[in-house]
Ligand binder design. Sequence first.
Ligand SMILES: [Zn+2]
Ligand SMILES: [Zn+2]
Length: 355
Amino acid sequence: MSEQKMMKASVMTTLGHFDMKEVPIPKPGAHDVLVKMKHVGICGSDVHYYQHGKIGDFVVTGPIILGHECAGEIVELGSGVGEKWGLNVGDQVCLEPGYGCGRCELCRTGKYNLCEDMIFMATPPYDGALQEYVCYPLECVFKLPKNMSTRDGALMEPLSVGMHACQVAEASIGKSAVILGAGPIGLVTLLCLKARGVSHIYVTDLVQQRLDTSLRLGATAVINAKENVMEEINKLTNGKGADMVFETAGSTITTQLTPDLVKKGGIILLVGMPPDGRCNFNMSRLIGKEAQIRTVFRYRHCYPLALNAIEAGLIKLDELRSLITHSFKFETECTEAFVTSRDDKVNVIKAMIEM
Ligand SMILES: [Zn+2]
Ligand SMILES: [Zn+2]
């Protein structure tokens, strides 16, 4: 029997505590690819699990490896990964961090992101990417275009959220939009709206640095959320409101504000999730406007589109890259990375762990 090769994994053994463990390197099954992780971005959800141990119904009950925004290099192919898949040892790839059962109605109608049995990285009970090697099904593995590094590749996950939101909101040329919340998801939504030709994009946030970033990335105007946002949006839209309103802050207050900002006949797109999952909508305002509320849960079929959009320059790589504000080393700085992400919301947009 050959000796099992080992790797390092950063395991959250108890709430808010990481242990660097030696664990066996997984063996790829027939249709899997073994990827040496190079970059893992820290998501708001990772920080939430680190801090609170749960998000809604997902509760951490044992040791877990966090991280789901990841990219790396293929080091081994499963026996069934034939030539037609275009994946080879040495390829730089990003991983779409979840897959459905493939058998249920939702999977078979293409809505795999809603599968009851979704296996998603760093969502209890499933482990994530903060380990040296990850074995993953070939259909979730996407080769990066030549102009992209694995550091860029790790940003495809949040970008896909923005791509999906903009598709569902039917964002198109010449329309107007409000983005409530200029965190990473609000900012990638801004980049996707620009790429789709949305001409007037207004961004709100409480943090001035984030508003400055929004302006740099092409927002038409920004509003500090301490102001009367409804009044300001009315001024900017001649009292009409915006065609689309994206809630990306995940706050009850901004969610409740959406009916006041949307144009008659417009679309409200809920991306963030209010902390206790509930909010009070002004239904008479909504109905009087014949406005639609739409929601998105993660994304589906967005990775190839996101990669194409970047390769073609529709989404500017330097703008996307600029969202990475902090970098940390995997072996020694996991705790620092999470603590900084948790405590410095003013300066951290996206923290990246270098593997
Ligand atoms: Zn994420
Ligand atoms: Zn399914």
